[in-house]
Design a protein around this ligand. Structure first.
Ligand code: GLY
Length: 316
């Protein structure tokens, strides 16, 4: 079976670690965790882990999930503060608790119990980016108004969508042909405190099932949540679609959503034979790939799915 790692472009710092695990006969799930762990530790990436951009209060809150395509075992954490290793903590949820998703103070409690090292996740650089468009909080009411204004402005700004929606995702296939997928993010920058996106929601931003394939999302999580995008891609393959058609259909469904804060959604998929593909609802997007045959990480174009794709929603 050919070894494979694919993911969002910012995963490149973790691919060598992930591929080392696959090459030494390790599992897809171990490779995904190792690759994402590196990204979470990278202060230069303001969309994930340490150095991630904070919520409206200036607090960094992390979301992550992991899924094992052998068994559909899953673990996730959301709104985690004070610990950078969100993907490792998601693995703890999967392996050690009879739960799938643990959030907020419960996630921090679990990190303490599991012996994780706490850290102030807000770097000077991330604070400076956060400060630029937003300087005061105001009362609860104006706070919500400001959130809406800021979200609208940022989602329309071609220079800044990565600030608002960056995420890392990785799908791995090991020597036994097993699939695993992981996603980690500091979420939507300037988000309302406690906001949880698609990344830790199994079926929305992440899904893996050895029998059909795996899919992961980046971009505006609220849209992927409403369409259960990752699970949709895998279900479309289960119903007989090729990966490329499954990805395009899922992107078409996203285009049909009404959303005042519409922004790009990007999807990566791998089918059960190990074929990979990726789409975006925005043009010019890329993803990366590494196989067991080479030490190179290749950057590939995502297929752009334009807005006229998909079945229109019935009018309400
Ligand atoms: N897709 C990441 C997020 O919306 O939080």
């Amino acid at each position: 079976m050919s070894l494979l790692l694919t993911g969002s472009v910012n995963a490149h710092v973790g691919f060598p670690d992930g591929m080392d695990i696959l090459r030494s006969g390790g599992s897809a799930i171990d490779a995904v965790v190792a690759a994402i762990r590196r990204v979470e530790a990278n202060p230069g990436d303001h969309s994930v882990g340490y150095g991630g951009l904070p919520n409206l209060l200036g607090e960094v809150e992390l979301d992550a999930s992991i899924m094992d395509g052998r068994t559909l075992a899953s673990g996730a954490v959301a709104a985690l503060q004070g610990y950078q290793d969100a993907i490792d903590l998601a693995r703890v949820v999967m392996d050690e608790l009879p739960h799938v998703l643990v959030v907020g103070s419960g996630a921090s409690r679990l990190a303490v119990e599991a012996g994780f090292t706490s850290r102030d996740l807000l770097t000077h650089e991330a604070r400076a980016i956060w400060d630029a468009p937003f300087t005061e909080a105001g009362t609860a009411d104006t706070y919500r108004v400001r959130m809406r204004e800021l979200a609208g402005r940022l989602s329309q700004d071609p220079e800044r969508p990565h600030d608002a929606h960056g995420t890392v995702n990785v799908i791995a296939r090991d020597a036994a042909g097993n699939l695993a997928s992981g996603v980690s993010t500091s979420g939507w920058a300037w988000k309302f405190p406690g906001r949880v996106g698609d990344s830790p929601i199994i079926g929305a931003g992440n899904y893996a099932d050895n029998r059909w394939g795996a899919a992961t999302c980046t971009g505006r999580g609220e849209m992927a949540q409403r369409c259960c995008t990752a699970h949709s891609v895998v279900s479309f393959m289960r119903c007989g679609m090729r990966l490329s058609d499954a990805l395009r259909t899922a992107a078409g469904d996203l285009h049909q959503l009404e959303d005042d804060y519409r922004s790009e959604v990007n999807i990566i998929g791998v089918d059960r034979e190990g074929r990979h593909g990726a789409v975006s609802t925005a043009p010019g997007k890329t993803y990366i790939l590494m196989t067991g045959d080479s030490h190179d990480i290749v950057e590939l174009e995502r297929t752009y799915v334009p807005p006229n794709d998909g079945s229109p929603m019935e009018s309400r």
